[in-house]
Ligand binder design. Sequence first.
Ligand code: BTN
Length: 336
Amino acid sequence: MEPKRLKNIRGLTDRRIDALLTLLSENPTIVVSGAKIAKEIGVTRGTVWRWVQKLRDLGVNVKGHARTGYHITGIPDILAPKLISRRLLNTTFWKHIYHFFKVESTNDIAMKLGEEDEAHGAVVIAEEQTQGRGRSGRVWSSEKSTGIYCTVLLRPPISPAQASLLTLVAGLAARDAVGEELDAAPDIRWPNDLLIQGKKFCGILTEMHAEPDRVNYAVVGIGINVNQSRMPAEIAGIATSLRIESGHIHSRLEILIRLLRHLDRYYNLFLSSGSQPIVRRFAEVSSYFQGKRVRITTATESFLGTTAGLESNGVLRVERDDGRIEPVISGDVVEA
Ligand code: BTN
């Protein structure tokens, strides 16, 4: 079922670790002997022991040892492909899920998969990124096992001019996934930063390979700060995590599953009905849609204005102080 090239990606999580995790998760209260696990997943008892240590390092509470057997106390919050896949069976994203404990950037892996003809709907997930990338060449802080670092590979039948809509689609999906988790619904700052109390906790980086008239493939990378107890000092004033805001730990696994389900729903809505319902939904949920005083910074200039809705291709309209309407295709938006 899985493509052959899967084995050639450096750092990809061994499918047998995935199997070990799933086995332990399925039998949380039962002590499973090291010998039985070894036999079931096809490795030596020594390897089981090493992998159990690895899972412990990642915060999975595995009790016991090789002689007596192992069991876990509670479902671990590791984004294991098998645990995710079985809950996405009715969506585009169940089939090819690539998991890494550590990777430079999930977007880079997804771009490579795109080049290698991997199918629409492949998902790349990492527990940690060493070179997580944000928009405009910024760094995306990607601490181990605290956030969601996920990229989906899409092959949308659209032109590059419509690609900003994919970014909106992903922002709406992330908003709905997180909204179900919090008391207050997050805001979306165009195009797709998610904010709680004005601070950013989710960003999306869309990259693509395209011809002038069609997108060959697009990768949509989504980063969500979930369980960080504090943000790095240099961004603490503008960034937050769900844990910081709610005061408790959240399940990354559950949020990721919801994110991919909503992404599937909005993406299919976009393909079947075009941009209109996407723009309409954005208008409903984003305080930045209309009438927000903002500073816009593009590659060439920075100016003040007031937001005045979106064009049908997702471009933001901003009314300058002299009354001219400026279409903003890409750039940074901050409340002024
Ligand atoms: C931004 O708001 O600047 C975009 C941040 C996007 C971060 C995600 S994390 C998963 C994927 N891999 C990356 O290197 N970046 C995106």
